[in-house]
Design a protein around this ligand. Structure first.
Ligand code: CMX
Ligand code: CO
Length: 146
C-alpha cells in the first residue's frame, strides 16, 4: 500500500547552488547526501516533514554524474525542474507487482538500491499520464545511514 509522498525528485545543473537556494529561501537543510553511480546522480535529500506511517517526505535534488544518465538526458532536453515523484510503501515488491498486473510498465525486474539504502523501482512515465513515478521502501530505521 502506498502511504505517503516519499519525495519529489528535482533535476538541477549545480547541486551545491540548488541546495543553497533551498536553504536560503525556505530554510530546508541537507539531511543526507550521496553519489549513486548506478543511477548516475549526485543527490541531496532535504527532509520536509515526517509522516504518520513512520516515514518522511523529502525533496531529492539531483545532479547528473554523466550526460547519458536518466537525469542527464532529461536535463539536456527540458532544463531544470521536477523530474519525478516517489510514493513510499512498506513493501515495494508487492506494490510493484500489483501495479504491473494493472498493465503499467515497471522499469526494473527487481527493486534497486536508492537513497539511504532504500529499495526503489520506477513506473514508465508514458503509462502514468506523463509522470515518472518511483516506488520506495525505506531501509529499516536501525540500518539507515545518514
Ligand atoms: N518525466 C516524464 N516523462 C519523461 C521523463 C520524466 N522524467 N523522462 C523521459 N520522459 C519521456 C520523454 O519526454 C520521452 O517522451 P517523448 O517520446 O514523447 O518525447 C519518453 O519519456 C522517452 O524518453 P527518453 O528521453 O527517450 O528517455 P529514455 O526512454 O531513455 O528514459 C526513462 C526514460 C523513464 C526510461 C528513464 O529516465 C529511466 O529509466 N528512469 C528511471 C531512473 C531514474 O530516473 N533515475 C534517476 C533518479 C534516481 C532516484 O530517484 O534515486
Ligand atoms: Co527519487
Amino acid at each position: 500500500m502506498l502511504t505517503r509522498i516519499d519525495h519529489i525528485g528535482i533535476a538541477c545543473f549545480d547541486l551545491d547552488k540548488t541546495v543553497e537556494f533551498y536553504r536560503a529561501t525556505y530554510g530546508f537543510e541537507v539531511y543526507h547526501s550521496e553519489v549513486n553511480e548506478e543511477q548516475g546522480v549526485r543527490e541531496a535529500m532535504l527532509k520536509v516533514n515526517e509522516t504518520s506511517d513512520g516515514g518522511a517526505t523529502y525533496l531529492q535534488l539531483l545532479e547528473p554524474t554523466r550526460d547519458d544518465s536518466a537525469v542527464g538526458k532529461w536535463l539536456a532536453k527540458n532544463g531544470e525542474g521536477v523530474h519525478h515523484i516517489a510514493f513510499g510503501t512498506a513493501d515495494v515488491d508487492t506494490d510493484a507487482n500489483d501495479i504491473k498486473d494493472k498493465g503499467v510498465r515497471v522499469l526494473y525486474e527487481e527493486p534497486r538500491r536508492g537513497s539511504m539504502d532504500s529499495r526503489i523501482t520506477f513506473l514508465h512515465p508514458k503509462d502514468c499520464h506523463g509522470v515518472l513515478t518511483e516506488l520506495v521502501t525505506a531501509a529499516p530505521k536501525d540500518s539507515a545511514e545518514h
